[in-house]
Ligand binder design. Structure first.
Ligand code: SF4
Length: 711
């Protein structure tokens, strides 16, 4: 069992409910599995928290080893500064570092204007940090230029849900409902590897006779365990969804009573899907007609069915419309707004949900309010004690912001918190060049990430067990991470950092927060009356109830585990169909780039790998980057198992070791994106944006592959 670093004060904070154990949550993905930190002789010991209802005692290898990060020898324990980027870093006092940050910001503000300062956040930040980061940008820096890496992750599903339901919450029901669905359609997610504890619900569903259909270009462990695997070509899921609905209409499987009573706009969708004949869909997707028909019947005959999408469906230049196509399918089958049914998005990052609700998105204010809405601006400005006219308008989306770095009229100084852009952004080589063109870069992080290594000032941050804060998991359940030990000497938490910088730039009177709970109480007021209303959620209530589902508008409100049972959140209470026509990926294969590349995660690592690449057990489990290639394709290119290969797209070149497998389509390669250097999958990926969500097409691009001739 993993032992954490001894506390400085030799005393582990006690949980008022459990006596010795401190309840917390895994620092990685959106399942936010429950963890108990139990006092041990040399520091807190990590154990599963069996009673936490989402994970019910489950943890994957990442969760089990999370405490290894607490006393990691590479932790940053002092601010780092340098006068020129070519200089090595040197340790500095907080006073010196913060003064440099303030001076760098002031200098760019004076020369280039307020919106020359950019802020880039992350979907792993607590609600309190995400909220305060948004306020920091708009009130302390008075810039419109803030966005976050969640834009790369789940924004297409968020946009589609807003369009269909006027509310975006990952799952509209507790995760346990999966076990009671007769059929589940899972599109673009390998949960068996990326989120193993959730498999207990899929297993339970199967043991009750339920059926699972998986759509994925790879025969992943999740797909291999399914009743039906539709191995679609990357980027064709929208055609598949329209094809499924075509079959459902043709075979009389749609629920006309539900459509009449609870939706609007079906007729236009019916007309659109009429041309998605199964053989046409087979030509587009590669999914055989008989499998398409079988899937439609399986869903249409189910008493209850759930449709789930994840990054495989969403990270496309047509991601919003693709999700809308699957929402259309769920609505037409009458599988929404009632028990054990509905459309849901499996959010990815630890606070992928909460991180997009409280203001670190370019176009949003807390409570999922729109920054262009005068009433929303007035409400939030009132909570913040500023004039609504002082609040900037919407800024650029994440990739568009990064694309302007160091340019005339663009962002000249960037403040990064909780994101390793150099590894995680699409077209990473270009982003790296733009970062190097900045006048000033400051990064707050636990470790010297690839992005922090390019900064002028690096600020060492506290991490999950060293600070308090709430996260909103993929169910919309707001959970509380308790503090189990103090951060190492010399480290501040992100809330302290934001407050300290705000003071240095002369806006301290708006940032008089004592601790995370004070920030959360302000967040509650700022979110009150918004779509994501947290007003009735308190730390005490979360503790007493093992999490509270938003919306929860008042202290005596029980929270809302299941959405839409009586009405959808639209003005008329009806869900909206949206007709969507399939359009091809932004970059088709060609003679020069003849195969598709798709990217994703592996079991042992998480996101840009800043944390998991530093955990010995995870590094041993998956030490280096690889690329999956079908043996027949490998044969064509003269590639053998274990060969080093070079992948080239229109944007750059990356190197990885070949892994031959029949689990991947003949025309597609798969490469995980957790590594830096020349093993970065994002050196290849395409930043073509979805027109509605501004999400880049990270999931598919065209490449060529060749052996390097080295081993
Ligand atoms: Fe649970 Fe996700 Fe952490 Fe694994 S990474 S333990 S699935 S929260």
């Amino acid at each position: 069992m993993t032992q954490a670093r001894p506390r400085h004060d030799g005393d582990v904070a006690a949980d008022p409910l459990e006596g010795a154990a401190v309840h917390s949550h895994c620092p990685y993905c959106s399942m936010q599995c429950g963890i108990n930190l139990v006092p041990g002789q040399t520091g807190p010991r990590l154990e599963p928290w069996p009673e936490f209802p989402t994970s019910r005692g489950g943890l994957c290898q990442k969760g089990w080893t999370a405490a290894d990060l607490l006393d990691h020898p590479e932790r940053l324990t002092s601010p780092l500064v340098r006068d020129r980027r070519s200089d090595p870093f040197r340790p500095a006092s907080w006073d010196d570092a913060l003064e440099r940050v303030a001076a760098g910001i002031r200098s760019c503000q004076e020369r280039f204007g307020l919106s020359s300062i950019g802020v880039f956040g992350g979907g792993g930040l607590t609600n309190e940090k995400a909220y305060l980061l948004g306020k920091f940008a708009r009130v302390a820096l008075r810039t419109s230029q803030i966005d976050y890496n969640g834009r790369f992750c789940m924004s297409s599903a968020a946009t589609a849900c807003q369009q269909a339901f006027c509310m975006d919450r990952g799952l509209p029901f507790p995760v346990q409902d999966l076990a009671d669905a007769d059929a589940i359609l899972l599109v673009g997610s390998n949960v068996a590897e990326t989120m193993p504890p959730v498999m207990q619900y899929f297993d339970e569903q199967r043991s009750r006779g339920g059926r699972l259909i998986v759509v994925d270009p790879r025969a992943t462990p999740t797909a291999r365990g399914a009743s039906l695997h539709l191995q679609a070509t990357p980027g064709t899921d929208m055609a598949l969804a329209n094809g499924l609905l075509h079959v459902a209409v043709k075979e009389g499987l749609v629920d006309l009573d539900f459509i009449r009573a609870r939706t609007t706009g079906f007729e236009a969708v019916r007309r659109t899907v009429a041309s998605y004949w199964p053989d046409r869909v087979e030509r587009i997707t590669g999914v055989p007609v008989d499998q398409l028909v079988a899937a439609a019947r399986l869903l249409g005959d189910a008493g209850s069915a759930i449709v789930l999408t994840a990054r495989g469906a969403e990270q496309h230049s047509s991601g919003t419309d693709t999700v809308l196509a699957f929402i259309n399918l769920a609505l037409a089958l009458g599988q929404a707004g009632r028990m054990h049914s509905g459309y849901g998005c499996l959010t990815g990052q630890g606070n992928g949900q909460g991180g997009r609700e409280h203001g670190q998105k370019a176009d949003q204010l807390p409570g999922y309010r729109k920054i262009v809405d005068p009433a929303a601006r007035a409400h939030v400005a009132g909570v913040w004690g500023v004039d609504p006219d002082e609040l900037p308008g919407p800024g650029r989306s994440a990739y568009e912001l990064l694309d302007t770095l160091g340019t005339d009229g663009g962002v000249r100084a960037l403040f990064v918190m909780g994101s390793n852009i150099v590894v995680s952004a699409p077209r990473a080589g270009h982003v790296e060049e733009r970062i190097d063109a900045l006048d000033f870069l400051v990064v707050a992080d636990l470790f010297l990430s690839e992005t922090a290594a390019r900064a002028d000032v690096v600020l060492p941050s506290a991490q999950w067990a060293e600070e308090e804060g709430t996260m909103t998991n993929f169910e919309g359940r707001v959970v509380l991470r308790r503090r189990a030990l103090p951060p190492p000497e010399g480290v501040k938490d992100d809330l302290q950092i934001l407050t300290a910088v705000a003071r240095r730039v002369g806006r301290g009177r708006h940032f008089e927060h004592d601790d995370a709970q004070t920030v959360f109480d302000e967040l509650r007021r700022a979110s009150a009356g918004g779509v994501a209303d947290y007003n009735g959620i308190t730390y005490e209530k979360i503790t007493a109830e093992d999490g509270v589902f938003w919306p929860c508008p008042a202290p005596d409100h029980p929270g809302t585990p299941r959405l839409f049972l009586d009405a959808f959140a639209t003005d008329d209470g009806r869900a909206r169909f949206s007709p969507v026509e399939y359009r091809a990926v932004a970059e088709e294969t060609s003679d020069e780039y003849p195969v598709f590349l798709t990217t994703g995660r592996v079991m042992g690592h998480y996101q840009s790998g800043t944390q998991t690449r530093r955990v010995r057990a995870l590094r041993l489990a998956q030490p280096d980057v690889f690329v999956e290639i079908h043996p027949q394709l490998a044969d064509v290119f003269g590639i053998g198992e274990g060969d080093m290969v070079k992948l080239t797209s229109a944007r750059g070149t990356a190197v990885a070791r070949a892994r031959l497998t029949r689990a991947i389509r003949h025309d597609t390669l798969f490469m995980p994106f957790h590594w830096g250097g020349d093993g970065r999958a994002n050196l290849l990926t395409n930043p073509a944006l979805d027109p509605a969500s501004r999400m880049p097409e990270i999931k598919v691009c065209a490449v060529r592959v060749e052996p390097t001739g080295t081993s």
